[in-house]
Design a protein around this ligand. Sequence first.
Ligand code: HEM
Length: 122
Amino acid sequence: MPMKVQIYQILHVVSMVFLTSVVFQSFANPDPKNKKRTGMITGILATLMLIGGFGLLAVMKIGFPGWILIKLACWFGLAGMGGMAYRKPEKIPLFTAITILLVVIAIATVYFFRYTASGSLE
Ligand code: HEM
């Protein structure tokens, strides 16, 4: 397997882990003085995650299957969560539930659509 695949996988997964972390950090502490910084960090991480995702599509020659639309919607929602805690702090419990759902759906998409039930690639 060429090295490029691992580079994009690491970029995709690491930025996803930390984007999710920063979003939950903003839910735990929605202090308005952190708003600008959180926006910058989530923007950068979301961009890296998208580069990783499209990089994987390209280097693994996956094409553009329909499940990518599900992942793009999850990505869009997760990236947008970065600013929500500051705008509507009273809705943080709802945002928490939505964030969990988006991450679960995006990860389940990989294992149901990218991989077959036996664990091998389609
Ligand atoms: C909330 C959004 C997302 C989450 C939580 C997420 C998470 C993951 C995880 C855990 C994997 C498995 C690790 C791997 O094989 O590298 C993966 C794989 C993948 N992701 Fe995402 N992802 C998201 C969004 C996206 C987006 C927006 C794209 C494309 C533009 C994308 C494209 C891919 C591709 C092509 C793979 C398969 C790579 C492989 O077979 O190894 N993902 N994603």
